[in-house]
Design a protein around this ligand. Structure first.
Ligand code: NDP
Length: 676
């Protein structure tokens, strides 16, 4: 099988020398991959000129729906992905993490995009910032898609997830991508990519694929492009310093090898659920993807007195539970590394670690895989090392053996554990297994600055915990320092990596017109009651003013008795006066909100379908008996729900008293029917 690249809408086998990619399990040829020979500058231009405009023509919600359809389409082809995934050395469970994990990320981003982003082309960031005394000059931050290309250079260990977790965010942002999978497992990425193209769900130019080297691609990146890299720290450093990336200030996000730790609390002695959970999780992390996970646990920090029990328990569990063998076989829990070269690399790194650590379980040079050839396939048995003196500068904090290898090391106190965690120089993830909140707090506060994610496991959450090694689409993935300093995922946070935040300044009317959100100080339009207008005819700035209505002591007492809210500030004149905020009995805030609704409502059946909440409710000035309240309701923002027959409308609401003081301010949220 020849691996083709997808270049400017065409499948193409690159030029130059080609390389044979071999099965991690049998060593037999799986595919041929070319080294280069593509028009890389042309690919970037095609993405910028065709893909970008095509994607940006769609709204966030339309792109989110596209992601969902894509995820559904890929789900239908899972069987063939799983079958091919075995050649990478992956067991069924490993493939699930890669294939279902990747598809799940598309689904997650689709949901997030429709719930948390507007159905438009820009995202308004935060509130308007007043910049002038008279209110005629304001500021507003907005996010808009970058007009370049997301270039994703991915690692060999997650050929599917690695592609999809990044693609989800850039496509949702409205940015096209060029994906370059690691050569060793590119055949699986190519298959999934081929199914994506066949679906015809993505517009022309939205995605392209490079199987092989990147040629002079990086020479042509600009300040509108984003380059993401996952792989070794060495390659990452080289790419980060590429002249075009440096000269153009191209955004560069890196995720590199990291020496993640897992800390056992002093309370978690043998016999406690936390001890058992720790042993189980460590063995799981050593065996899933044969330990070839950027998030895998490399350093095990345990109280001095628990070193021997932990080594014993880990060894016992590996003996009892881990089955090394052909990843396609039922019952096998530890498959192969991705290649014989990779196995040699792990063996070399283990030798480095053995400078200051001793091997307490396993043999790096021997293994006997079930149903497979241990010489032809890249199999390796789990290895546990023990480092009695894990001082700063020791290889255990510096050398990553990217396989089923972990090192146990002692700590003396919570502060010492946090310090050891920090010696990893920046990690993607760390975990703490303890039922002691004080210990957990000290370790977390002492090491969070050095981690992208921290997981605390105790008996109450273990059953539902997603585990140490699983990045979640909704939580950030990435870490400081040695882990690369990048950040991915994290829900819509990840989308903003492909967008530019711009501070707009101007008049309220101008910024309202540009952003599609009514800004305080902008013109209001009174006329037909806005509740009588359907979603399509409603315009930003449409306003109804109503009132005044007087507050009486009878109304306050009626509201108190009716709802049961007889708080003293509403019922007891003397007690209310003693309160530093009030001059006497005051109206309930919720009464004011209810009264306002009674003033602005248009009661007859009409296009307004429901009120689904209020946002940012604040009571600004107390309302006393005798006060006269008025309300101004202004159409602030509209958000169409694709294909639902309605849209969401946000109304700026201000309740004022007879002195024009603001009594209450909030946003009313409604659903309004579209035109029939
Ligand atoms: P590399 O850093 O060599 O490769 C990662 C990606 O970069 C691949 O797609 C590779 O393509 C590409 N690449 C390599 N050189 C260049 C270049 N000069 N210009 C552009 N792209 C380039 O890592 P490996 O895959 O070889 O893994 C080596 C080690 O990295 C592992 O042993 C492990 O320690 C660590 N690693 C860490 C990961 C993490 O997620 N943190 C994931 C995987 C590995 P190609 O394959 O075609 O060379």
């Amino acid at each position: 099988m020849k691996l083709h690249s997808y270049v400017q809408g065409q499948w193409q086998f690159g030029g130059g020398e080609s390389t044979t990619l071999r099965s991690a399990v049998t060593g037999e040829s799986v595919a041929e991959i070319a080294r280069g020979g593509l028009d890389y500058a042309g690919m970037l231009a095609y993405a910028r000129d065709t893909g970008g405009p095509n994607l940006r023509a769609r709204t966030f919600h339309q792109r989110a729906i596209m992601l969902k359809e894509l995820a559904k389409h890929l789900s239908q082809h899972k069987d063939e992905f799983y079958a091919l995934s075995t050649e990478t050395g992956a067991t069924r469970t490993d493939s699930m993490v890669d294939i279902d994990g990747g598809i799940g990320t598309l689904f997650a981003y689709s949901g997030k995009g429709r719930r948390e982003l507007p159905n438009g082309h820009a995202v308004i960031d935060g509130d308007m910032e007043p910049l002038s005394r008279g209110g005629s000059f304001i500021g507003q931050h907005v996010w808009v898609p970058l007009e370049g290309v997301a270039v994703h250079i991915n690692a060999f260990n997650f050929p599917c997830w690695g592609m999809l977790e990044k693609l989800a965010a850039n496509l949702l942002a409205g940015m096209p991508a060029i994906i370059k999978p690691a050569s060793q497992t590119a055949y699986l990425t190519e298959l999934m990519f081929r199914r994506m193209i066949e679906s015809e769900l993505l517009p022309a130019g939205a995605v392209q694929l490079i199987c092989g080297g990147v040629g002079d691609l990086l020479d042509h990146v600009t300040g509108q492009d984003v380059v993401t890299f996952t792989g070794s720290a060495e390659t990452g450093r080289k790419l980060r310093c590429h002249p075009a990336i440096v000269n153009n200030a191209t955004r560069f996000s890196m995720e590199a090898d990291s020496l993640n730790c897992s800390i056992l609390g002093p309370d978690a002695v043998p016999g406690t659920p936390e001890f058992d959970l720790y042993i189980k999780e460590v063995v799981r992390e050593m065996t899933v993807k044969a330990g070839q996970k950027c998030t895998a646990i490399r350093r095990l920090m345990v109280p001095e007195s628990l070193v021997a029990p932990v080594i014993d328990a880990l060894s016992k569990r590996i003996e009892e539970k881990v089955v090394l063998g052909h990843p396609g076989d039922e019952g096998v829990t530890l498959g192969a590394l991705s290649s014989l070269d990779q196995r040699q690399e792990v063996r070399d790194r283990v030798r480095d670690l053995l400078d200051t650590a001793e091997l307490v379980y396993g043999n790096p040079d021997e293994c006997d895989p079930r149903g497979a050839d241990g010489d032809a396939g890249a199999f390796m048995s789990p290895l546990i090392l023990h480092c009695a003196s894990p001082v700063a500068g020791s290889p255990v904090h510096d050398v990553e053996a990217f396989g089923p290898v972990s090192t146990v090391m002692p700590y003396k106190s919570a502060a010492d554990a946090a310090n050891l965690a920090r010696l990893g120089q920046g990690s993607l993830v760390g975990s703490v297994f303890t039922a002691d909140p004080e210990f957990a707090r000290e370790v977390v506060m002492g090491s969070a600055s050095h981690h992208g994610r921290l997981l605390v496991v105790d008996r109450t959450c273990a059953k539902e915990s997603t585990g140490h090694g699983s990045p979640m689409p909704t939580l950030v993935h990435g870490g400081p320092g040695r882990a690369g300093g990048g950040e991915e995922l994290g829900g819509v946070r990840g989308v903003f990596h492909y967008m530019q935040r711009t501070a707009l300044q101007g008049s309220p009317d101008m910024l309202s017109a540009i952003t599609g959100r009514w800004m305080p100080g902008a013109s209001r339009r009174e006329g037909e009651h806005p509740f009588r207008k359907d979603f399509d005819s409603l315009r930003i700035g449409d306003t109804v003013k109503a009132g005044p209505r007087a507050i009486t002591i009878e109304d306050i007492e009626h509201f108190a008795e009716f709802t049961g809210d007889t708080f003293y500030a509403h019922m007891d004149e003397e007690a209310a006066k003693a309160n530093p905020f009030f001059d006497g009995r005051v109206a309930h805030g919720y009464y004011i909100v209810s009264l306002a609704a009674g003033l602005f409502v248009a009661p007859e059946p009409g296009p307004v379908l429901a009120n689904y909440g209020v946002d940012n409710l604040r009571f600004m000035t107390p309302a006393y008996p005798g006060d006269e309240l008025s309300v101004t309701l202004t159409c602030k923002e509209k958000n169409l729900r694709e294909g639902a027959g309605y849209g969401e409308v946000r109304w700026d609401t201000v309740v004022t008293n007879q002195d024009n003081e603001s009594v209450a301010q909030y946003d009313v949220l409604t659903m309004v029917a579209t035109a029939a």
